[in-house]
Design a protein around this ligand. Structure first.
Ligand SMILES: Cc1cc2nc3c(=O)[nH]c(=O)nc-3n(C[C@H](O)[C@H](O)[C@H](O)COP(=O)(O)OP(=O)(O)OC[C@H]3O[C@@H](n4cnc5c(N)ncnc54)[C@H](O)[C@@H]3O)c2cc1C
Length: 312
């Protein structure tokens, strides 16, 4: 969560459980961020970002999490911290991100980002050329991933726990999947374990109806089972969409729920929530791209809008 005030800038990148760096810090290699043509490890990227923020006099604090957003005195926003202290600010940028749902299968931690992935990058299809891969999930992101990977992979098994894909995936994607001879849809099944010696080699598929397991050779498992936005601290004061992400911009303006945009004589800025002066940036906001570049771009935009609010 980023707290902005004027003239001094204060940033609290509260780290629970992963300290400054968030999801990006857990990625072994980020290959699609501008300026790093051969990729960069998440740890290195976030280390450099932290150094850069300090150079611009940002104050980083990683000891406490924000537990509540509340109305402070004189129109200020109050951010309550988990140690009983609070911070007051005229503008706040909520950048609390999301937690990707992880696969509940044996050995997943050993292979995370080294055979088990939570995102599909454009380069992944080529990386999986002539290999057998698995995509777990029944939503549109899983469908798009399966179609993308099938362009180069020898086989793509799309694993879902439910009986049918049609209930959870757009019709056009389903048609595309069904037209690809190298995509196999496996229903009522889950990945129960992953195995390998140094690299991912096998996955156990457990049938949900009879409980039988089958071990198959596989070089990559892409887990696309959604993410949970981190909004516990703000949900009482802001508007969230159906999936729990913070609405902002036009979404905030259109909100008719209990937390709605007040009659201020202006419309909310692109990343402004229903609370004037409170912005949402990165994965926590509705419609985010769920990419490092998108989160960084949101941050830059939110700061610009925050300055406009402060200068008004
Ligand atoms: C394994 C993995 C690999 C990825 N690989 C890539 C990739 O190669 N390329 C790419 O573009 N994207 C990748 N992504 C996605 C990318 O990391 C995210 O889109 C990006 O990190 C989002 O940034 P964010 O700042 O919005 O949120 P996050 O990175 O989720 O950061 C949010 C931060 O806020 C903290 N926080 C949460 N709640 C509170 C609270 N109440 N108080 C204080 N702090 C709080 C969290 O602990 C966290 O540190 C990957 C994601 C994962 C999980």
């Amino acid at each position: 969560m980023t707290i902005q005030d004027s003239p001094a800038t204060q940033i609290r990148a509260e780290g629970f459980p992963d300290l400054a760096g968030g999801q990006a810090g857990t990625s072994t290699r980020i290959e699609n961020y501008v300026g790093f043509p051969t990729g960069i490890s998440g740890t290195e990227l976030t280390r450099k970002a932290t150094l850069q923020a300090r150079r611009f006099d940002a104050v980083l604090s990683s000891f406490h999490s924000a537990v509540e957003l509340a109305r402070g005195p004189e129109g200020l926003v109050r951010v309550d911290l988990d140690d009983g202290q609070h911070a007051l600010a005229r503008t706040v940028v909520v950048a609390t991100g999301a937690h990707w749902r992880t696969l509940a299968a044996d050995n997943v931690e050993r292979f995370t980002d080294a055979g088990v992935y939570h995102a599909v990058m454009p380069t992944d299809a080529e990386r999986c050329r002539d290999e057998d891969v698995i995509v777990v999930g029944g939503g549109n992101s899983a469908g798009q991933a399966a179609v993308h990977l099938s362009r180069a992979a020898r086989s793509v098994r799309l694993i879902i726990r439910g009986e049918r894909l049609a209930a959870t995936m757009s019709h056009y994607l389903l048609e595309r999947i069904e037209s690809r001879p190298n995509i196999e849809i496996i229903t009522e099944t889950e990945v129960s374990a992953v195995h390998g010696n140094g690299r991912l080699e096998h996955a156990d598929l457990r049938n949900g109806t009879d409980g039988n397991s089958e071990r198959i050779a596989v070089s990559a498992v892409f887990v696309m089972i959604g993410a949970d936005p981190c909004t516990d601290a703000v949900r009482m004061m802001l508007d969230l969409d159906e999936a729990g992400y913070i609405t902002c911009g036009a979404g905030a303006a259109a909100c008719e729920g209990p937390n709605r945009w007040p009659s201020t004589g202006r419309q909310p800025h692109l990343l402004e929530t229903v609370w004037p002066g409170v912005f949402a940036a990165g994965d926590v906001r509705a419609g985010a791209t769920k990419r490092v570049a998108g989160a960084v771009g949101d941050g830059a935009l939110a700061v610009r809008f925050a300055h406009q609010v402060l200068e008004a």
